[in-house]
Design a binder for this molecule. Structure first.
Ligand code: NAP
Length: 278
């Protein structure tokens, strides 16, 4: 087995964060997991005595993040890998959804993840070593009606991850954006924030989408524990990728999107070229 590592994972009460924490603990790694309640803290620490270390953190409490990371570095040890898993989906037709929902979506999925990265980077940079995994989504590549704020947040995190990877690769730090397809977690169930319907013009388009997502919740194809095994392998990999899709649905849908995009670029190529100066 590779030497044990210290992982800091956000959102370890359920889903990908929890599955990765369990997999890492089983392989002898140390995991600092963030949760949002005292009850979840007890449950998390009970996963493994001594090596499962809980911290209470809402990732939108930006002012608390630096202090928590400093404390982990001092009391638990150098953080080898940060995994930004805390996040949720907002579902709602754009015209119906308050701007406040967009702010909240970006605060958690984008600003929270960036604040975590900014907090660990000084330590990783000093050591010229470290790996950050951001759980984005296939919704960071493809879109569908009713999840504009969510896709916007995941496109943003994909772009930020890719840019950061280029900035810190020369300093020995790797960044991987993990884009899962549909997985069996609490994402489409208790965690999803659904804006109520108010404009009948969208009924025909959106009602079947909302209903299908509710029906599918808990029966998705993706297995979070298999995703966890893959992420754990990546953390011990010498040259991890900047992007990784998880799930055959993600692979198929993203490939479709890329070929549609290429076809559209080709169709409009002459116009695109026509704006060059001579
Ligand atoms: P999940 O089971 O609902 O887990 C989400 C985790 O994030 C929970 O631990 C939750 O804590 C935590 N969290 C939510 N808001 C938070 C906040 N403000 N501060 C701190 N923690 C917060 O769903 P999941 O699927 O594992 O979601 C993890 C990530 O995967 C998300 O970014 C999601 O968008 C992404 N993703 C999921 C899928 C999928 O199909 N499942 C696909 C693509 C991407 P609480 O228990 O306190 O709510």
């Amino acid at each position: 087995m590779s030497p044990s590592k210290t992982l800091l994972i956000t959102g370890t009460s359920s889903g990908f964060g929890r599955a990765l924490a369990q997999e890492a603990l089983a392989k002898g790694h140390r995991v600092v997991g963030t949760v949002r309640t005292q009850q979840a803290l007890h449950e998390f620490q009970a996963l493994a005595s001594g090596t499962a270390v809980g911290r209470i953190l809402d990732v939108t409490d930006f002012d608390a993040i630096d202090e928590i990371v400093a404390d982990v570095e001092e009391t638990v040890g150098p953080i080898d890998a940060l995994v930004n898993s805390a996040g949720y989906g907002h579902e709602g037709i754009l015209e119906e959804s308050p701007l406040a929902e967009m702010r909240r979506q970006f605060d958690v999925n984008v600003f929270g993840a960036v604040a975590m990265m900014k907090a660990v980077l000084p330590y990783m940079r000093r050591r010229r070593k470290g790996h950050i995994l951001n759980i984005t989504s296939m919704g960071g590549y493809i879109t569908m009606p009713g999840i504009a704020y969510y896709c916007g947040s995941k496109f943003a995190l994909e772009g930020i991850s890719e840019t950061l990877a280029k900035e810190v690769q020369p300093l020995g730090i790797a960044i991987t954006a993990i884009a899962p397809g549909s997985f069996r977690t609490d994402w489409a169930g208790r965690s999803m924030v659904r804006t109520p319907r108010s404009i009948p013009d969208y009924d025909e388009l959106f009602d079947p989408i909302r209903e299908a997502r509710q029906q599918k919740s808990g029966k998705q194809l993706g297995d979070p524990s298999k995703a966890a095994q893959v992420m754990l392998e990546l953390i011990t990999h010498d040259s991890p990728p900047a992007h990784l899709l998880l799930g055959s649905d993600a692979l198929e849908l993203v490939r479709q999107k890329l070929s549609q995009l290429t076809a559209e670029l080709n169709q409009w190529e002459a116009i695109s070229r026509s704006t060059d100066g001579c």
